[in-house]
Design a binder for this molecule. Structure first.
Ligand code: GYE
Length: 309
């Protein structure tokens, strides 16, 4: 019988490819949405997508890449948990002539030829957008800020800090008084926020900046348990645009989020298909859009997104 799509290497269009996805894990709602979007887009394009969950560990991602190479896949998507330490395994993929597309995070390498392209947002811009919103919102009053950083050594944690710092450097009154990693998770960020409230004093905190929405959800919980009113006494700004942060904005408990699309695999699979067809290298970077959302549209955005995630 003749099956259409996902059958053999002769499929038309994007179809017929086998692609491995070395995913990080499921540390955030955004990450889970990205995995789901990847599955949906592979299905639509007739791609056999094999997803490996590394449970947040680089060594597991490296093992997954080696397994994909051994399986002879047509391409690999890699969401690198941290930025450094990829050269060796990427050389192995290169030797096997398997193109690798980075998704949502970047790597630090001296040899950019080790990957075909990257599908990411401009993460410095995300941090700057968050910082500019905050400095504009507080005006001239003194504003001590708690920063909740993403996974130590990951490109979004490094870049989102850099961009935020750039925006704050333009004012003297908005300052980070405590900055710690919450590893992009709700639970860790809640703990970190609890100790920040104790150390700094809840009533002295003007704003919280979190490198992702999930950490902000954890921080909101910690603030509420400490008798603070997030969104009112304490300003919040974070990144991703997951449904729960729109819910929090709708409830008056959060103030702003910078949206990041979870559809990273779609453009990456298209690139791999085009490259397979004509062998021409795509541009080194496919930039996804960055957009600030505020409470005025939160109710509508929550309704629109809650089923997509
Ligand atoms: O913002 C965060 C996730 O790598 C850009 O990773 C991504 C980040 C995203 O866990 O929620």
């Amino acid at each position: 019988a003749l099956a259409l799509g996902g059958c053999g290497k002769q499929g038309g269009g994007n179809g017929g490819m086998t692609v491995g996805f070395a995913q990080i894990g499921s540390e955030s709602g955004w990450r889970t949405a990205e995995t789901n979007a990847a599955k949906a887009s592979a299905k639509e394009k007739g791609v056999d997508l094999r997803i490996s969950d590394a449970q947040q560990r680089q060594e597991n991602q490296i093992k997954a890449i080696r397994a994909f190479i051994a399986q002879g896949v047509d391409g690999i998507l890699l969401a690198p948990v941290v930025a450094t330490g990829w050269d060796q395994v990427l050389k192995e993929a290169q030797a096997a002539k398997i193109p690798v597309v980075l998704v949502d995070r970047l790597i630090e390498t001296s040899d950019k030829n080790l990957y075909l392209s990257a599908v990411t947002s401009d993460q410095v811009l995300e941090g700057r957008t968050a910082g500019e919103w905050l400095t504009k919102t507080v005006g001239s009053r003194d504003c001590p800020v708690i920063e909740l950083q993403g996974t130590v050594g990951s490109s979004p944690a490094i870049a989102r800090k850099k961009g935020f710092d750039e925006a704050l450097a333009k004012t003297a009154n908005v300052k980070i008084v405590r900055s710690q990693s919450g590893d992009f998770t709700r639970s860790k960020a809640k703990e970190v926020m609890e100790s920040a409230i104790k150390a700094v004093g809840g009533n002295k905190i003007c704003a919280v900046y979190a490198h992702n929405d999930d950490m902000m959800i954890g921080a909101i919980q910690a603030m509420k348990e400490a008798g603070l009113r997030p969104g009112k006494d304490v300003l919040t700004v974070s990144i991703d645009g997951v449904p729960d942060i729109f819910k929090a904005m709708q409830d008056g408990e959060a103030n702003a989020t910078v949206e990041l699309t979870p559809d990273m695999a779609g453009p990456a699979l298209d690139m791999l298909a085009a490259y397979k067809k004509d062998g021409k290298a795509p541009p080194k970077w496919h930039q996804t859009p960055t957009k600030l959302y505020l409470p005025d549209t939160a109710a509508a955005e929550y309704q629109r997104r809650k089923d997509l995630y």
